[in-house]
Write a protein that binds this ligand. Structure first.
Ligand code: EPZ
Length: 425
């Protein structure tokens, strides 16, 4: 397995382009199953999660072509059984359920495993699909879903104890587009990635209104056609590099191909922490410069439009060497603090308790061999290593490669001294 060797003390400068959003691409790729016409999707990032999804679509019978960031998919003749070997590798594969039941009237998908950020229940996905007529039977780790009488729209509230569900909203929306009648999703997720999926479906002929609000209305249609769509920029990758600019540059870095309207929580917390955030080029480019007197601040993650859980680890890495006390609370994934133990190994002063991390900024971190554990925790370790004294080896780089396209190349472009090497663990 690869590791990333990061020589600390690099001062970042220059500019990079942000890739297309992994979390928008995954449900949009799955939505290709809803039509027998060809769909063309641009700016799909070359990361292992999207590669897994494409392998699953091929295994389901889709014709898949990929060249650089453009993917062409034709789901002319498909089967309802998603391969266990592939589905178990990536939780987001759960979002083939809705399209398969809508298109074929049935689906067999294995139950996704949990992961280090917490157990990943799918009760809300099943609640949504059964509300519109799907019958679900769990058998030896597989979910067998059937809609013997077809799917019929109705009103469903998808709120769970931790708030709305992103992929649960996506699954129900994708099933409802071909259901009889109208489906109303209450307590829908409002993330930009949900809006991008709705835009994609509407460009195929679906009739969806209200995406981006807590109430989405889907009027079922008989069939969907082909389309061409460009995926939105990855707001979490953009936020990650904005933090890099605030903590590891001297005169700032510039990040292109972003969407200012998707970055409000990161902007607010960087500015509250004393850093300079300047947008230009109609909000598609941003320059982030370290503040003269950075200070810690408090973050509580909440569903969009609140502070995203996918960005708290990166800010924690920044707070580790920011003067003062910062408190980070994750209300969505209360166990998502694997990065803290690794940061403490590098000299950070962090105490975690019941879904909260209390960070007292220290003068400097020092390099140490650390272990990546999940996608965003790994990004946090890279950020910390850029600033630490000495050379840090980050093992199990595959976690980062799941969601950050060519992160080492982007860091090299910014002047970081990093290299990918063969890891031993
Ligand atoms: C999406 O996961 C993202 N993944 C995650 O990003 C992100 O952290 C998460 O949304 C929250 O924003 C993709 O889009 C591929 P949820 P998703 O259903 O949809 C609970 C990354 O780093 N819940 O919105 O699987 C759940 O346990 C990844 O890119 C239920 O209780 O997350 C959590 O506490 C990590 N029952 C909360 O809801 C369910 O049926 C939000 O989860 C489903 C979820």
């Amino acid at each position: 397995m690869d590791k990333l060797i990061v020589h600390g003390g690099s001062t970042l400068a220059g500019s990079i382009n942000i890739s297309g959003s992994k979390n928008a691409s995954l449900p949009i790729l799955a939505a290709a199953l809803l039509t027998d016409q060809q769909v063309i999707i641009e700016r799909v990032p070359d990361v292992s999660d999207t590669n897994y999804m494409l392998q699953i679509l091929s295994a389901l019978g889709c014709e898949v072509e990929r060249y650089s960031g453009t993917v062409k998919i034709t789901a002319a003749k498909i089967i309802p059984d998603a391969p266990y070997e592939l589905v178990r590798k990536m939780r987001a594969s759960i979002c083939v359920m809705g399209p398969l039941v809508a298109r074929l009237g049935r689906a067999t998908v294995s139950i996704p495993g949990g992961c280090v950020i917490g157990d990943r229940p799918i009760d809300l996905h099943l609640k949504g699909l059964s509300a519109i007529g799907a019958e679900i039977d769990n058998q030896s780790g597989n979910m067998n879903i059937e809609a013997p009488k077809g799917l019929t729209g109705c009103e469903v509230d998808l709120r769970g104890k931790h708030g709305p569900t992103v992929l649960g909203t996506d699954n129900l929306m994708m099933a409802a587009v071909l259901a009889e009648g109208t489906t109303i999703i209450e307590s829908a997720a409002c993330e930009p990635e949900v809006v991008d999926l709705a835009d994609f479906l509407n460009s195929m002929g679906a009739k969806i209104e209200g995406a981006g609000t807590r109430r989405i209305t889907i009027e079922g249609v008989r069939s969907l056609g082909g389309t061409r769509h460009t995926v939105i920029p990855d707001r979490i990758e953009a936020g990650t590099f904005m933090v890099a600019g605030a903590m590891a540059s001297h005169d700032g870095i510039t990040i292109h191909r972003v969407r200012k309207d998707h970055l409000s929580p990161a902007i607010e917390k960087l500015e509250e922490g004393g850093h300079l955030v300047e947008f230009f080029n109609d909000g598609k480019s941003v320059r982030v410069t370290p503040g003269e007197a950075p200070q810690g601040c408090n973050i509580t993650t909440t569903p969009h439009p609140g502070f995203p859980t996918d960005m708290q680890a990166q800010f924690t890495a920044m707070f580790a060497t920011t003067p003062g006390i910062s408190v980070v609370e994750d209300t969505i994934f209360p166990h998502r603090f694997m990065h803290c133990a690794e940061l403490v190994r590098m000299g950070a002063n962090i105490k975690t308790d019941h879904g909260t991390a209390i960070i007292s900024g220290v003068e400097q971190l020092s390099a140490a061999p650390v272990m990546a554990s999940d996608l965003r925790a790994s990004a946090a370790l890279v950020l910390a290593a850029l600033k630490a004294k000495g050379t840090t080896e980050i093992n199990r780089l595959y976690h980062i490669d799941r969601g950050y396209e060519h992160i080492d190349e982007k860091l090299l472009l910014l002047g970081a001294k990093v290299e990918r090497a063969q890891g031993s663990i």
